[in-house]
Design a protein around this ligand. Structure first.
Ligand SMILES: [Zn+2]
Length: 329
């Protein structure tokens, strides 16, 4: 039995047909964890869908109404890049409920993994890039509302910039324009870091600069990586970003968005991490969280490896990394 709970439902399946997003990946991760005896059936918790009230803590009434009545405009539907259906909406409400449950369990057990979620491209008033509802933001706002946390830190290691996260929590902060780079590195072929003051939620995004989304609203810390960055450089910049963040901010909860798409074989990514490097990335996040005594909730976000088995391995390794780093409770 794991020293923490995994949150999963067969309802996480996204009804999107043939798509670069492997809609079956959640079930495959679930089955793989059981087969490899990394987890037992008793380790899984079944989430309930988020309530509309929860969703409205982040999203506008107008957008939620359009999703529930199937009245998105053709342009809004196109922006999602996944086909609209009432079933799709149900899957996203369930993913948000899963992230709420994982955040609650993380506060109790020190860590919890939602075998889903991480839809960091969803904005308050629209969805884009396969993301309809920002489950992580909904979870943070719900725990704040319940008085379980005051502050949170998002650590987004998906290869794509967390534009929805930055827009949601940056807007709340009323942040001014980014400050000059704190690290002093910028220019062609070199990573650059920009920092922006945070309010109650500190957002970190470590992403490939030359990739979707074109418009990247400022996170509290943005690490803009050049194409082709490998394990050693990536781990260095992640360590740097986490150290810098904790100098300014002590969160009540870390929300780790553990995208599998910085992998070198990813179809939508242009970084060059290995499977082993990605596991070291996970270990670094859990090690820092443990040293600072901050609970971690994990979501999985993207992963589009040519071989879907690699995506599954990378996500399962995140569960293993959490298991190895956290003491039995
Ligand atoms: Zn991604």
């Amino acid at each position: 039995m794991l020293p923490f709970r995994l949150v999963y439902s067969s309802g996480y399946y996204l009804p999107i047909g043939e798509h670069v997003f492997p809609a079956q990946k959640y079930r495959m991760i679930h089955d793989w964890l059981l087969q490899k005896q990394i987890a037992g059936p008793e380790d899984f918790l079944e989430p309930q869908p988020a309530s509309d009230e929860d969703i409205l803590l982040v999203h506008t009434r107008d957008y939620v109404g359009k999703l529930k009545t199937g009245t998105l405009s053709p342009l809004e539907e196109m922006q999602l890049e996944v086909p609209y259906s009432p079933e799709l909406v149900r899957a996203f409400w369930l993913a948000a409920g899963g992230s709420i449950l994982a955040a609650q369990r993380a506060m109790a057990d020190g860590v919890s993994v939602n075998i889903g979620g991480g839809f960091h491209h969803a904005f308050p008033d629209h969805g884009e890039g396969f993301c309809v509802i920002h489950d992580v933001a909904v979870a943070i706002r719900r725990l704040q509302k319940d008085g379980k946390i005051k502050t949170a830190m998002t650590v987004d290691c998906d290869v794509h910039h967390g534009n929805g996260t930055a827009a949601i929590f940056g807007a709340n902060a009323g942040s001014p324009a980014p400050l000059p780079s704190s690290a002093g590195f910028s220019g062609r072929g070199k990573p650059s870091i920009t920092t922006t003051p945070a309010s109650d939620v500190f957002t970190i995004s470590l992403h490939q600069q030359n990739n979707y989304p074109a418009w990247k609203p400022p996170s509290s810390i943005d690490v803009n990586l050049p194409d082709g960055v490998g394990d050693a450089d990536y781990l260095h910049w992640l360590d740097n970003a986490l150290s810098s963040a904790f100098r300014h901010f002590k969160p009540d909860l870390i929300c780790y968005i553990a995208g599998a798409d910085p992998y070198r074989e990813d179809q939508l990514g242009g970084l060059a991490l290995t499977i082993e490097g990605l596991k070291q990335r996970d270990e670094l996040v859990f090690r820092v969280a443990r040293a600072r005594e901050v609970p971690v909730m994990v979501t999985f976000a993207g992963g589009y490896a040519r071989n879907v088995g690699d995506t599954i391995t990378i996500h399962c390794n995140t569960v293993l990394a959490a298991k190895e780093r956290l003491p039995a409770r």
